[in-house]
Design a protein around this ligand. Structure first.
Ligand code: ADP
Ligand code: MN
Ligand code: MN
Ligand code: MN
Length: 311
């Protein structure tokens, strides 16, 4: 694996606590501006210090388009819950906790695991939960994933454009934490080639009609619309026009094949899954398993509404 960062010296992170405790004039605010980088995967930020609380600023293009669509469909009350999978790497870009020369034992024991030899990096995961809750981010859970050092968190359910806002900020907080923990995070959808799971951005979606009694009918209708637009969705479900997802959606490792659309109850090899409980209750939501871990959630949510509600 290639050398990414070479750390010759490190600061003692606890020293910052002292500076953070210095009294600050009550009218002074430090405002962190966060924006999505052009490649759709990265985030950038800069700090401005004001003696007033500034107006909200938003300029992201995909957010603008998503917000416009959400205005058109607001009577349908679209809800989203997004599952963000990611892999933790060490400072050298090597999967965190993996043996330095070789691979850990094959997949099987890691998914939802607990224990020193199975779950690598839980301190980072729990710090992320706490920081998100503190920041008011609508994080609703998380778990260790199938690939060792791979984790997932979920946000939602959120209505409209807010889903994208919540996910981008949760990603920002995760990347920001890596500065303290001296690890890195990759959102690449197939970070380790071969017999190792990739990372997804499963997007759970419902409208008011789907959530009401007998809503399964509307879920099934939406699935047929998604089937007809499969290729258009694939092109926009990763930042690289489907090329990133082509490495992940291979019809195994809990993914569907990128070329075929298929749907089913509790089917983790499907493009779109109807969760077991939703099939039983005949109402709820669908899970689109195709978006990649590095997807732009504004684009995914925008497209789901265009296809399932506006078409
Ligand atoms: P999985 O079984 O696929 O791992 P998770 O428990 O990880 O599912 O995630 C479920 C997601 O579904 C959460 O993000 C949650 O907010 C979201 N969700 C739950 N109910 C709804 C709903 N009615 N509409 C949209 N999203 C929902
Ligand atoms: Mn999940
Ligand atoms: Mn998962
Ligand atoms: Mn899922």
């Amino acid at each position: 694996m290639t050398q990414m960062i070479s750390c010759q010296s490190e600061t003692d992170k606890t020293v910052l606590t002292h500076y953070m405790s210095l009294p600050q004039d009550k009218d002074t605010v430090m405002v962190e501006y966060i924006w999505v980088d052009i490649d759709g995967d990265g985030l950038r930020c800069k700090c401005k210090i004001f003696d007033f609380v500034p107006e909200k600023a938003s300029g992201q293009n995909s957010r603008y388009s998503c917000a416009q669509t959400m205005k058109l469909v607001e009577d349908s009350h679209p809800w989203f819950g997004i599952e963000q999978e990611y892999l933790i790497l060490d400072a050298n870009g090597h999967p965190f906790g993996w043996p330095k020369n070789g691979f850990p034992r094959p997949q099987g024991p890691y998914h939802f695991s607990v224990g020193y030899n199975k779950a690598f990096g839980r301190d980072i995961v729990e710090a992320h939960f706490k920081a998100c809750i503190y920041a008011g981010v609508k994080i609703c859970g998380g778990n260790a994933e199938a690939l060792p050092a791979q984790w997932e968190f979920q946000i939602g359910p959120c209505e409209g454009v807010e889903a994208g806002d919540q996910l981008w900020i949760a990603r920002y907080i995760l990347f920001r934490l890596t500065e303290d923990f001296r690890v890195t995070i990759t959102l690449d959808p197939k970070p380790i080639p071969g017999d190792w799971n990739g990372s997804g951005g499963h997007t759970n979606f419902s409208t008011a009609a789907m959530r009401e009694e007998g809503g399964l009918k509307f879920i099934e209708e939406a699935i047929e619309k998604l089937r007809n637009k499969h290729d258009e969705h694939i092109v926009l479900y990763d930042p690289n026009e489907g090329k990133d997802n082509a490495r992940r959606l291979i019809g195994s490792h809990e993914t569907s094949n990128i070329k075929d659309f298929c749907a089913g109850v509790e089917n983790r090899l499907a493009s779109v899954r109807i969760p077991r409980q939703v099939a039983n209750e005949k109402k709820g939501y669908l899970e689109d398993r195709r978006p990649s871990s590095n997807c732009d959630p504004y684009i995914v949510c925008d497209l789901l509404c265009k296809t399932c509600i506006l078409d």
